[in-house]
Design a protein around this ligand. Structure first.
Ligand code: NAP
Length: 249
């Protein structure tokens, strides 16, 4: 299991993909638990709505309208956090896109490049720029959003699945490199959740059959707890269990 109802008072959390869906709800719930939020996405309207909701809770939020394809912008954000706060306690790499559900050999190269830029390269740039800040925290926590398809070879989902499989390997490698520090790095499979991305991926599905983003986020925020011990693992939301990787070290 992971800690429930974590006390995150005074902790600083950076969340990407904060304008809607799982990321928006993660921000709200991290703020409810006491964390100050740095919220990243492109859609200013969604970010402003989040800011209002967090302010209403009595929390604090800094909005960062940023396209994660602007990789140098990610580094600039790291610089601003270093200057203003000098540390980061929680980093959630949640933003993601589906690209296109299409045969591997038929995806347009622009679509493939954009998918990798958002789902993979931006996560690596976030890792690179936040690692020194997370190491300044007494209990740095990194949470990287993956998907169950990272472990499959489902027809028509190749590039999206490959981007998530690569994120998992990056995250596990980072965890191995940080094992002797206070930093804990984990992956998450949120499971099917009622969001914009899911509706795009499964247009024929009844959204009412799926958990809401609020319900999914509630099953993830324990990974931000300073009490969490695990690192380099995959937290599987649908089964509420850790999936150990069985590969040789
Ligand atoms: P969503 O509702 O579509 O939200 C995606 C978020 O990512 C939005 O806030 C979007 O903000 C942001 N984003 C997309 N492109 C961006 C860019 N270029 N720059 C900055 N931000 C960008 O998706 P979701 O379902 O909540 O997904 C969250 C994560 O869970 C993703 O990593 C997804 O792969 C994973 N996941 C979801 C499901 C599911 O069933 N929903 C299942 C498995 C895994 P802007 O458009 O405002 O920039």
């Amino acid at each position: 299991m992971i800690p429930s109802n974590p006390d995150l008072s005074g902790r600083l959390a950076l969340v990407t993909g904060a304008s809607r869906g799982i990321g928006y709800q993660l921000c709200l719930q991290l703020a409810k638990a006491g964390a100050e939020i740095i919220a990243v996405a492109r859609t200013v309207g969604g970010l402003e709505e989040l800011d209002d909701a967090i302010t209403e809770l009595g929390g604090k939020c800094t909005l960062v309208p940023l396209d994660l394809k602007d990789h140098d912008g990610i580094d600039r954000l790291g610089g601003v956090i270093a200057e203003r706060w000098g540390r980061l306690d929680i980093m959630v790499a949640n933003a993601g896109i589906l690209g296109a559900v299409s045969p591997v050999g038929q995806m347009k190269s622009k679509t493939f490049d954009e998918l990798m830029s958002v789902n993979l390269t931006s996560v690596w740039r976030l890792i690179r720029t936040t690692e020194p800040l997370l190491r300044q925290s007494d209990a740095g926590r990194a949470i990287l959003l993956s998907s169950s398809v990272a472990h499959t070879a489902r027809a028509f989902w190749g590039p999206y699945a490959a981007s998530k499989a690569a994120v998992e390997v990056l995250g596990r490698t980072w965890a191995a490199e940080s094992e002797k520090t206070a930093l804990r790095v984990n992956l998450v499979n949120p499971g099917g959740t009622r969001t914009h991305m899911r509706a795009q991926a499964m247009p024929g599905e009844n959204p009412d059959s799926l958990p809401t983003a609020e319900q999914t986020a509630a099953k993830i925020i324990g990974l931000a707890s300073p009490d969490l011990q695990e690192t380099g693992k995959l937290w599987d939301v649908p089964t509420q269990s850790w999936k150990d990787y069985q590969l040789p070290a």
